[in-house]
Design a protein around this ligand. Sequence first.
Ligand code: FE2
Length: 278
Amino acid sequence: MTAYTRITVAPISGALGAEISGVSVADELDAETIGEIRAALLDHLVIFFRDQDLPVDRHKAFTRRFGDIFIHPNYQLGQEDKETVYLLRRPGDTSVAGENWHADTTMMETPPMGAILYALETPEFGGDTLFANQYRAYDALSDAMKAMLDGVQAAHSDIRIAGPQSGVNAKRSSQVRADADWRPTVNTHPVVQIHPESGRKGLFVNPIYTTHLDGMSDAESTPILDFLYRHQCRPEFTCRFRWKQGSIAFWDNRCTLHLAIHDNHDCVRHMQRTQIAG
Ligand SMILES: [Fe+2]
């Protein structure tokens, strides 16, 4: 673990997640401070900031300190700013984006390394986000299961959450591409990923995007995936973040899963998100 001098880092659970204080994210931060924020992300997998004022231009400037901004293909609906996604839920929505466990946008050949989500408007209660540590999920598997999964690839597709066949736009305010020209994006990734910065092994499947294990029949693949989906989000691998207006969550998409809890059906929840290219 890193010794921090520019920021204060306070873990929020035993599994992952830490609140960072002593920094205003909208400021032009020096390289040492950015280095400590990056170290905190690697140490804690998801980091949180409170009471921030983050106009979209400063949100994008902060994001660029960690890499190029990833353009999400399914949120391109003709808007001018292709780099920012606004996630909105309103009363009457029967679904929200990301309400099942997932890592973001893993159907891409190179999925984004992370995301920075800023709360513009939040309900008084509800709409928390859960995160799960996928290093711990991997470490907790038996040696026999680890050996079996080593070298197995999984197919990831956005077929369930975008395109006209998905039906998601009828249920929620956050709209995705559903035009007739839309085609699914499908890529395979190892079920066990080695994190490029930490060198640690983590589980890399998720219920929204993973469709099957490569080279296996459905009869073989489905029960293994069902087990991994149950296992990878066990409570002892998770933390839960309660949003307030001005909160930020910044997660490492390579070693975590997350889920937006859809529990306050009368509320407005409005979030501004950037993603960092992998
Ligand atoms: Fe997500």
